[in-house]
Design a protein around this ligand. Structure first.
Ligand SMILES: Cc1cc2nc3c(=O)[nH]c(=O)nc-3n(C[C@H](O)[C@H](O)[C@H](O)COP(=O)(O)OP(=O)(O)OC[C@H]3O[C@@H](n4cnc5c(N)ncnc54)[C@H](O)[C@@H]3O)c2cc1C
Length: 443
């Protein structure tokens, strides 16, 4: 195979040139994997900032994120790609904590430093805020799921599954509902039970480290997409920001991609996010089934409310859940990323908060926090509403595969077929999968 020497130690292959459309976590993972193997790659990202739905948002000098994300130890591939593109200091970008849940008022659970599955069993046994009956019900539920290989009948919602196993209301409110909403971004009444069980299997019922929480100490573009772009460039690729792809055409043995100019590529990875798929690939007739599948998706929002208090304001711990009300999770960004006095509040999935003007939403969230933590008035607040944060993870949802009927054309993104809901790990794995299809086409 012909190679073109270039950059650091890279040897870049001349024959393949892959266009990756979309510089989110899926697209950048694909680009990193291709560049690692000496394949020429060009990333097109419409926005000025890389990262898509997990990116930095600059707000009057403060680096915020479009959403307060959390990673878990089970995100094996995500952690691997972050490590790959980071310099020696990558360890300092993530804070790793054993699983701990604190929900106000009253619920506390902290994973024990014991081998799995004892770490969760002991955490549950010694949790505060649940009665003995609730603890037994939770243990019975996990035991039954383990016995049945974390498989349930298809078409079931999480609520229906929890009802089948007679899970008490208090337990649902403290444990199962917050886990379901955080992981699937869909309320238990609508969420797919099998996807929920897949998440439980690979986190709570996995090795101890799988349930660890990993909280970013930096903004989300800096955590992976920006260093990934540097890595791609050093290995002979290109990353073009602020470059929207306006058309994609299939030619006999290649693809024509039009952005500011038009060029040909041997392969294309569509990594644009589900609601943009039709816009970019709608002219390719063979992709009609995939486009139709995605057109049927419903979406769920995530709102993030940032409140800047005086610098001495500090929460008792860096992440606290709220049981009732609008605010679901509160992060102390002072303890996390040295933004002292700033609290970030997550409101996942749909709800009445969507109808409130943003200033009123911020005020209502402040009032809720103020009642529990006795806070002064915030100096400023900012609401970031991601109305299509993820697809609604409902039963029997058809998701497209990364391979398409068009040779050389692949789809990457958190909405592609996977045992998992829309997460960073799903996005990263889909990107790596597309790259592998190109690198080893016959496997
Ligand atoms: C507020 C919020 C909170 C979240 N919290 C978590 C969490 O805690 N944990 C977790 O694991 N996941 C979380 N998620 C989900 C996670 O962010 C997504 O699953 C992941 O970022 C999706 O990545 P992606 O690459 O598949 O898609 P995207 O991030 O949507 O990337 C697609 C990219 O394509 C670009 N693009 C679109 N059209 C074009 C075009 N024509 N030309 C060029 N570029 C184009 C877009 O600008 C975008 O950058 C959250 C999401 C949100 C919104």
């Amino acid at each position: 195979m012909a190679y073109l020497a270039c950059g650091v130690n890279a040897r870049v292959e001349k024959t393949r040139h892959v266009a990756v459309i979309g510089g989110g976590w899926a697209g950048m993972s694909a680009a990193v994997e291709l560049a690692t193997h000496g394949t020429r790659v060009t990333v097109f990202e419409a926005a000025k900032t890389l990262g898509g739905r997990a990116r930095r948002v600059d707000s009057d000098g403060a680096a915020l994120d479009n959403g307060l994300h959390i990673l878990i130890g089970a995100y094996r591939e995500t952690l691997r790609v972050i490590e790959k593109v980071s310099s020696a200091d990558h360890g300092s970008k993530l804070m790793r904590l054993p699983l701990q849940l604190r929900l106000e008022p009253g619920f506390r659970m902290h994973a024990a430093r014991l081998p799995a599955p004892l770490h969760v069993a002991v955490a549950l046994a010694f949790s505060r805020g649940l009665g003995v009956a609730e603890k037994f019900a939770a243990a019975r539920f996990m035991h039954s799921q383990k016995a049945s290989g974390f498989q349930c009948e298809s078409g079931l919602t999480v609520s229906a599954l929890l009802n089948q196993y007679r899970q008490p209301d208090d337990l649902v409110e403290c444990l199962w509902a917050p886990l379901c909403i955080s992981a699937l971004n869909t309320g238990p009444e609508q969420a797919d039970a099998q996807t929920f069980l897949n998440v439980l299997r690979d986190s709570l019922a996995g090795p101890r480290s799988a349930s660890d929480l990993l909280l970013p100490k930096t903004d989300f573009s800096n955590l992976f997409p920006d260093p990934a772009a540097d890595y791609v460039r050093k290995n002979g690729g290109q990353v073009q920001r602020g470059m929207t792809v306006t058309s994609l055409r299939k030619l006999d043995n290649s693809f024509e991609v039009s952005a500011a100019s038009t060029a040909r590529y041997s392969h294309v990875i569509l990594a644009v996010g589900p609601h943009r798929l039709e816009q970019v690939a709608g002219d390719i007739a063979q992709l009609a089934p995939q486009v139709a599948m995605v057109r049927n998706f419903a979406y769920q929002p995530i709102f993030s409310v940032f409140l800047q208090y005086p610098e001495n304001v500090r929460l008792p711990v860096l992440m606290i859940g709220m049981r009732r009300g609008l605010a679901q999770w509160i992060f102390d960004r002072g303890q996390l990323c040295d933004q002292r006095g700033m609290l970030g509040v997550v409101i996942s999935a749909s709800g009445n908060h969507q109808d409130l003007p943003q200033s009123e939403l911020a005020q209502r969230v402040h009032q809720e926090l103020e009642q529990r933590f006795a806070l002064p008035e915030p100096r400023w607040s900012r609401v970031i509403a991601e109305k299509r944060a993820t697809f609604a993870c409902t039963p029997n949802l058809q998701r497209p595969t990364t391979r398409t009927p068009v040779p050389g054309l692949f789809i990457a993104g958190d909405y592609t077929q996977s045992p998992y809901p829309a997460t960073l790990e799903t996005a990263v794995r889909s990107g790596l999968d597309c790259a592998q299809h190109i690198l080893a086409p016959h496997v």
